[in-house]
Design a binder for this molecule. Structure first.
Ligand code: BTN
Length: 325
C-alpha cells in the first residue's frame, strides 16, 4: 500500500481524533517530513484533513471523502474486492467489465461519488451528480439463480435497512426498485445479468444502486428535481457515504444468501407504498389498476375490472400521465 493510502487508512480509523505527526510517523515507520508530504498529496486529491499547529492532524468526523481506505475502515468494509473512483461514466459498466474480463469474484464492489453517464432502467440515463453514492456489486449466483427482479427487490430492502439504521430515515418502496423519501425518488436500482451462451444459466449479476445522498437540489436538472430528491441536500448527513456503501453491500450479500426463502419480501411489502392504491401500468396502452399484492418472485399483482394479473417487468406510475415517478 502506498504511504498516502496507509496514512488515509489511519486517519479514517481515527476520525474526529487528533493524531500527532510524531505518532503517525512512528506508526507508519516513516519520517515526519514524509508524513507532511503524504498529507499534501491527500489534500490535492480533495481530502479535507485539518492540521492543528503543535497538535497534529485530524480527519473531521463529517468528512465525506470517498476512498478505498474510507470504506475499508467502516464496519463491513473488509474482506472483498473493491474499486473506488472519484468520477466514472457508470459503475455498472465498470463492474460488468471487471466481471467479464477479469473474473471479478462474488461480492466485488465498484463505488464512486459522481457518474457522467449513469445508466437507468429501460435504457434511460440516471442523473448522478456529485454528492450521491453510486455503487455496483458483482454477484455470482449458484445454479438455479434467483430472478433478477427478486434480487432488485432485495437490494431495495438492503438500502432501506441501511438508511434506517445509519440515518434513521424510513424510505418507501415503489415497485419494483424505486426508493422514495418525502414523496420523491431518492434511489434507483438497476440489476443487469449476463448468461452463459451454452446453458443460458446466469454467470454473474451486477446490482447497481444510485442513492441521492448529499446531492444539492441545484445540481439536478429541473425536470429531474421535479421528481427526485436527495436525503441531505443541505449537508448535515449523520454518516459518510463510505459507511453506507459498506453497510448496504453487507446487507445485500446477507439477503442474497437466503434469497430463495423469500423472507425479505415481508419487509419489502411492509415498505411498499403502492399496495392498496390505484396505479397506472405503463404498458404500450397504459391502464389504471389497483395494486393488491407482491408475489413470491417480487411481481406486482394488480386488479382491474377484468380480473387480476401479475406484472413481472415494466413499470407503474403513481400519478396518472406520469413517466415512472
Ligand atoms: C433507475 O432508477 O432507473 C435505476 C438507476 C440505477 C442507477 C445506478 S447508479 C450505480 C449504477 N451505475 C449505473 O450506471 N447505474 C446504477
Amino acid at each position: 500500500m502506498a504511504t498516502k493510502d496507509e496514512l488515509l487508512l489511519l486517519l479514517e480509523k481515527s476520525r474526529g481524533r487528533v493524531l500527532s505527526g510524531e505518532a503517525v510517523a512512528q506508526q507508519l515507520g516513516i519520517s515526519r517530513a514524509a508524513v507532511g508530504k503524504a498529507i499534501t498529496a491527500l489534500r490535492k486529491e480533495g481530502l479535507q484533513v485539518e492540521a492543528l499547529t503543535g497538535a497534529g492532524y485530524c480527519l473531521p468526523k463529517d468528512s465525506d471523502f470517498i476512498s478505498e481506505a474510507g470504506i475499508r475502515a467502516m464496519p463491513g468494509g473488509g474482506g472483498f474486492e473493491l474499486r473506488v473512483y472519484e468520477k466514472v461514466e457508470s459503475t455498472n459498466l465498470l463492474a460488468k467489465q471487471w466481471a467479464m474480463e477479469e473474473n471479478a469474484p462474488h461480492g466485488s464492489m465498484v463505488v464512486t461519488g459522481c457518474q457522467t453517464a449513469g445508466r437507468g432502467r429501460l435504457g434511460r440515463s440516471f442523473t448522478s451528480p456529485p454528492g450521491g453514492l453510486y455503487m455496483s456489486i458483482v454477484l455470482r449466483p449458484p445454479k438455479g439463480a434467483p430472478l433478477p427482479m427478486l434480487l432488485t427487490a432485495a437490494a431495495g430492502v438492503a438500502v432501506c435497512q441501511s438508511v434506517q439504521a445509519l440515518c434513521k430515515i424510513q424510505l418507501g418502496i415503489k415497485w419494483v426498485n424505486d426508493l422514495f423519501w418525502q414523496d420523491k425518488k431518492c434511489c434507483g436500482i438497476l440489476t443487469e445479468a449476463a448468461s452463459g451462451l451454452e446453458n443460458g444459466a446466469i454467470e454473474y449479476l451486477v446490482v447497481g444502486i444510485g442513492l441521492n445522498y448529499c446531492v444539492k437540489e441545484a445540481d439536478f436538472p429541473p425536470e429531474v428535481a421535479a421528481i427526485a430528491t436527495s436525503l441531505y441536500p443541505n449537508g448535515g448527513a449523520p454518516v459518510p457515504r463510505t459507511a453506507l456503501a459498506a453497510d448496504i453491500r453487507g446487507r445485500l450479500l446477507a439477503l442474497f444468501e437466503d434469497i430463495d426463502k423469500g423472507e425479505f419480501l415481508k419487509e419489502y411489502k411492509a415498505r411498499s407504498f403502492v399496495l392498496g392504491k390505484q396505479v397506472q401500468v405503463l404498458a404500450n396502452s397504459p391502464y389504471m389498476a389497483r395494486a393488491v399484492d407482491i408475489d413470491d418472485a417480487a411481481g406486482l399483482v394488480v386488479e382491474t375490472p377484468r380480473g387480476r394479473t401479475t406484472l413481472t417487468a415494466g413499470e407503474i406510475s403513481i400519478r396518472p400521465q406520469g413517466r415512472g415517478e
